[in-house]
Design a protein around this ligand. Structure first.
Ligand code: G4P
Length: 512
């Protein structure tokens, strides 16, 4: 049996139109009824929670969320879409990376005027690393931008990928006339406030010869769509459109329903776990504290890997070792959260908890499965945390534990001295950290320079680790899990120590 679940993420650089496209996808899926609701909901949420201040100030999205919607296909099948939003800002690549461990495919949104930006490229590389196949949506064709050919070549060249256009913009910017769908031959044209769909024959007759020729050239000049090549990550089908003006969105949903892979086996210590397995298994890829400041709740987002989950079921989190009953699992819709009575492979459920569930935890009935592949990344910026009010140490410790769990920061407790260090991959994470400390934990702190430039997780034979520890205590810290970390003053320092201690591994990532 093939699953009707499609679990995917939208990746893009900020401003490419991710929010607008998400809204239009939900609109097409019938999940919301009025354009503007995603944003409206966002604003209501922001008004309630202070820590979203930064989102508001910068106009960017820094947390990821999940939205589920259904759509009946022309053949009567109902497809369930689980859309995972990712932070668009490059500083949040770590969070994005974890989100991408929980999806089976992704849509890459590109702004037609700007082409591929460095951040988009980075995100794409993460997808490639995780073998997440990509459908490309070139947005904003209603605006003056690069030519469609230029854009296709740019995608192909920068990403070293075959591109297969599935539709074609008829003119761009001022000359934009509509989008031609190659599969049906239909043109959707803006006609006053709504749009008009032309059938193939009418389209042929109505297209100006130069545009018809261009579209033909595009179809002939690029590889045909090959589902195998798409799923193996060697080819991306490309759709042109405008999220704002609602062009190409329906085609995009159809493409996901038809081509995007259903839930895939997930890597575990014992080998891949198939979605067909009877046992309920899943993993936590994100934990979000204080989603609702009134309730101080803490939600663990679990990606279901196999089995059919039923509400009230007992599952054992790998980090805890004993079973918990999952009484109030949450499904996320555009406007609502609902209690999930059942969930299947590919679904994302939220599990409210008080700190028992952590990112990277496997949940299973047997407690025998361990999913792999959710790493921590070596931070590139390290700062000392200095409390303004030294009596708040306890609150600070709690905040550091919570926020490192969420992946907002990483925390390092030095072996010598009492000054705790936070590490991040990007500057913006620090601002989110300080702002959330104040808003949610009532802790005021300043971040001071630390003598360290980067950190490496230490692994090796016990004796070698112990002797290294003895001589380098001033440069060692423990992370949140108590694992040993070498704090390096420079990358050169890492190389130097690596040369002197060949039996030790100085690792830039740590499996959760
Ligand atoms: P993001 O989530 O990727 O950051 O992008 P978002 O959807 O917020 O879109 C960024 C800007 O681009 C918005 O304009 C949005 O209206 C515009 N936009 C999105 N899709 C299209 C499109 O297909 N065509 C055109 N012409 N514009 C598009 P803004 O002025 O920054 O915000 P707003 O004033 O519309 O809220």
């Amino acid at each position: 049996m093939t699953s009707n679940r499609r679990t995917f993420a939208i990746i893009s650089h900020p401003d490419a139109g991710k929010t607008t496209l998400t809204e239009k996808l939900l609109l097409h899926g019938g999940a919301i009824h009025l354009a503007g609701e995603v944003k409206a909901r966002g604003q209501a949420r922001r008004a309630r929670s202070d820590w979203m201040k930064i989102e508001q100030q910068r106009g960017i999205s820094v947390t990821s969320s999940v939205m589920t919607f259904e759509k009946t296909q022309p053949n009567g099948d109902v497809v369930t879409f689980n859309l995972l939003d990712t932070p668009g800002h490059e500083d949040f690549s770590e969070d994005t990376y974890r989100t991408l461990t929980a999806v089976d495919s992704a849509i890459m949104v590109i702004d037609a005027a700007k082409g591929i930006e460095p951040q988009t490229r980075k995100l794409f590389e993460v997808c490639r690393l995780r073998s997440v196949p990509i459908i490309t949506f070139i947005n904003k064709v209603d605006r003056e931008g690069k030519s469609a050919f230029e854009l296709l070549d740019e995608v192909a060249d920068t990403l070293a990928l075959d591109v297969s256009p599935q539709s074609w913009p008829l003119g761009m910017g001022g000359t934009f006339e509509g989008v031609l769908d190659f599969a049906s031959g239909a043109v959707s044209r803006p006609e006053g406030p709504s749009r008009e769909f032309l059938g193939k024959r009418e389209a042929d007759a109505a297209l100006p010869p130069n545009l018809a020729e261009e579209a033909e050239l595009a179809q002939a000049g690029y590889p045909e769509f090959d589902p195998e090549a798409y799923r193996s990550g060697d080819l991306t089908p490309v759709y042109f459109g405008s999220a704002l003006k609602n062009f190409g969105v329906a085609e995009l949903i159809d493409a996901i329903a038809r081509h995007a892979p259903p839930p895939r086996p997930q890597p575990s210590a014992e080998g891949p776990i198939s979605p067909e397995r009877d046992e309920v298994t899943g993993f936590v890829f994100k934990v979000q504290a204080n989603m609702d400041p009134q309730h101080r709740d803490r939600i663990a987002f679990m990606r279901m890997v196999s089995g059919t989950f039923r509400r009230g079921m007992k599952l054992t989190p790998s980090g805890l070792g004993k079973p918990i009953a999952v009484h109030s699992p949450i499904l996320f819709f555009a406007q609502d959260r609902e209690l999930a009575d059942t969930a299947e492979a590919g679904d994302i459920i939220g599990i409210p908890n008080h700190g028992t569930l952590r990112v990277g935890d496997t949940l299973s009935e047997s407690n025998r499965v361990r999913f792999t592949g959710l790493p921590n990344f070596a931070p590139e910026i390290l700062r000392r945390v200095q409390l303004k009010d030294p009596t708040k140490t306890k609150q600070l410790r709690k905040a550091l534990d919570d926020l490192s769990e969420e992946g907002v920061i990483q925390v390092f407790y030095p072996e010598i001295g009492a000054q705790w260090i936070v590490g991040v991959v990007g500057q913006l994470q620090l601002e989110v950290f300080v702002s959330r400390l104040e808003a949610e934990y009532k802790v005021e702190a300043v971040l001071e320079p630390s003598p360290f430039a980067t950190a490496r997780w230490l692994k090796g034979p016990d004796a070698a680790v112990r002797s290294f520890e003895e001589f380098n205590r001033a440069n060692l810290a423990r992370d949140r899990d108590g694992d040993l970390v070498f704090m390096a003053k420079s990358p050169w320092d890492v190389g130097y120590q690596q040369d002197r201690n060949p039996e030790l591994a100085f690792s830039t990532t740590k499996e959760r």
